[in-house]
Design a protein around this ligand. Sequence first.
Ligand SMILES: NC(=O)c1ccc[n+]([C@@H]2O[C@H](COP(=O)([O-])OP(=O)(O)OC[C@H]3O[C@@H](n4cnc5c(N)ncnc54)[C@H](OP(=O)(O)O)[C@@H]3O)[C@@H](O)[C@H]2O)c1
Length: 264
Amino acid sequence: MVPVNKDFVNNMFSVEGKVALVTGATGALGSVLAKAYGYAGAKVFMTGRNEAKLKALEEECKAEGIECAYGVADPAKEEDVDALIKAAVAKYGEINILAVCHGYNKPQNILDQSVADWQYIMDADCKSVYVVCKYVAQQMVDQGKGGKMVVVTSQRSKRGMAGYTGYCTSKGGADLMVSSMACDLTAKYGINVNSICPTVFRSELTEWMFDPESAVYQNFLKREPIGRLAEPDDFVGFALFLSSEASKYMTGGNYDCSGGYLTC
Ligand SMILES: NC(=O)c1ccc[n+]([C@@H]2O[C@H](COP(=O)([O-])OP(=O)(O)OC[C@H]3O[C@@H](n4cnc5c(N)ncnc54)[C@H](OP(=O)(O)O)[C@@H]3O)[C@@H](O)[C@H]2O)c1
């Protein structure tokens, strides 16, 4: 019988001392995950396009004793991402964890949507994932120590919705990209790549859905056995798990984290 190693069990959820790069760090989930990695002892390099928000988040995190820095970048722009990775490595020496938390949507019926608007969503939610993961993967390969990539997509990656030909297509593409990247990167380079697929959680954009009296909220609850919509911190445990050695045999997965949305 192969024994289980005690040190492994005691430390398997740890990300202490790791360097985590968080995209969309200015957003609801990205800011929470950036802090969570920091509370767990990781050094956090945060990115987004909005420098004022990044600066404010950096100050907030530093006040909490978190080791962190930021770099401004548009995740869909190759030259931005190239510079971002170089800045993160110049600051912390390496990148061990990537959490992809940026995203965008502008729901529109396909009949009203311009091709340019559709392309914008595809670039923001799909091309950007490719660019960021490609550059981080190369950095992790060069380091020769493996790594963990966690991409936040959506339950909309698996099912359509009116007005969502851009969002569903890009999130579906991102989920398949995650599975394909695992085939390229895990066995040979020790880089685990997984995605988390949430339903609605609280953010500036979704706040309006959280009125318990509203029809939208009530309709959601019919599909949520957990009995409520999500808060950003509901995803912290799973993201840390996928970033740690505890998930060492998981790769290429698109994991439901939706309060049971798929069960009824
Ligand atoms: N909230 C939900 O209910 C929900 C449900 C399922 C899945 N998701 C997904 O989960 C992830 C995080 O969601 P969230 O609610 O935390 O998002 P959020 O609060 O709206 O923030 C996302 C961040 O993405 C960046 N962003 C916005 N437009 C962009 C664009 N065109 N190109 C590149 N970056 C852009 C913004 O940062 P900068 O302006 O600084 O670049 C923003 O702070 C997203 O991928 C989202 O699609 C959200």
